[in-house]
Write a protein that binds this ligand. Structure first.
Ligand code: C2E
Ligand code: MG
Ligand code: MG
Ligand code: MG
Length: 284
């Protein structure tokens, strides 16, 4: 992918002053190199079944393992990747690695895990996205129904109509969709009606405010109730305390994700956890 004139223009004009622009250009070059040097890694965070407390699946979360700067979080480089063409190779790389792990773990531990991958709204502009996903599904031999894509409503959609069409194509492959960060940003009830998603992920801000903000609790309760009525599964993000877990369990949340259970971890550490789980089950 090359930085064309148009993208460079965007970087200069929209957000940055001269110095920052230079830094940013350098970062774009470094990010490009990072892809080639295999520094883009995927971490995995377990999703926990609220009633059994067992691992139901994972969310794939990208990391840039920088040799000098250490681990760079996606919040710092995904926006830059989205302003250039780099989101396309990075996005595919994440789907590919996540699908490979899913296949390996399902085979090794014989559990019907799912894998969720975040999709950038920019990736939807790739007309070949579904054929690329389909290729990865065939190559890895995973079942498409175990591959989930987390999407958000975004001002970055070129056209909402085209985005919705792409979502339908992804569902037609047999994959599922989750609406991420629900209740923040641009997510609307209209979007919820139109998207063929199975799952709604409640944003962390609402979970954070359990026990702190009665207003946010009211919004949370109403959201869970509404999602259940329209037949969606509910994942609560950012669960950090026992109090939050208890509250969300009582309200009928289906799945949890958060530091209370597990942080996002590299492949090897997840494998250690899956092995431990297997041993515990064997001894029971
Ligand atoms: P997200 O999809 O909403 O992911 C959840 C974020 O919450 C992750 O941050 C995760 O590490 C963090 N998290 C999980 N449990 C807890 C908790 O208990 N407490 C707190 N404070 N945080 C928790 P992360 O990994 O830094 O990712 C940030 C965002 O970057 C993601 O938000 C997603 O929007 C984006 N992202 C991550 N990976 C990818 C990717 O492969 N492609 C794209 N396009 N975006 C990605
Ligand atoms: Mg997500
Ligand atoms: Mg989220
Ligand atoms: Mg988020």
């Amino acid at each position: 992918a090359k930085l064309n004139g148009k993208n460079r223009f965007t970087i200069y004009n929209n957000t940055l002053d001269g110095d920052q622009a230079k830094q940013s250009e350098e970062m774009v070059r470094n990010l490009q190199a990072a892809i080639e040097l295999d520094q883009i890694e995927v971490y995995y965070q377990p999703k926990i079944n609220a009633s059994t407390e067992d691992i139901m699946g994972f969310e794939a979360l990208v990391r840039w393992e920088h040799p000098e700067l250490g681990i760079i979080s996606p919040g710092l480089f995904i926006p830059l990747a989205e302003q250039t063409d780099l989101i396309y190779p990075i996005g595919l790389l994440v789907i590919e690695k996540a699908a490979e792990c899913l296949k390996k773990w399902q085979k090794q531990y014989k559990i019907p895990l799912t894998m969720s991958v975040n999709l950038s709204p920019i990736q939807l502009n790739d007309k070949d996205l579904t054929s690329k996903i389909s290729h990865i599904i065939d190559k890895t031999g995973i079942h498409p129904k175990h591959l989930d894509f987390e999407i958000t409503e975004s001002e970055k959609f070129k056209s909402v109509k085209d985005a919705l069409l792409m979502f339908k194509k992804i569902v037609n492959l047999g994959c599922t969709l989750s609406i991420d960060d629900f209740g923040t940003g641009h997510s609307t009830l209209d979007y919820l009606r139109k998207i063929p998603a199975k799952t709604l992920k409640i944003d962390q801000v609402f979970v954070k405010n359990i026990g702190l903000s009665p207003d946010d609790e009211a919004i949370l309760d109403a959201t869970i109730d509404m999602a259940k009525r329209v037949g969606h599964f509910i994942v609560a993000e950012g669960v950090e305390t026992e109090e939050q877990r208890q509250y969300l369990t009582n309200k009928g949340c289906d799945y949890f994700q958060g530091y209370l259970f597990c942080r996002p971890l590299p492949k090897k550490e997840i494998e250690r956890i899956l092995l431990q789980r297997e041993e515990i089950l064997k001894n029971n």
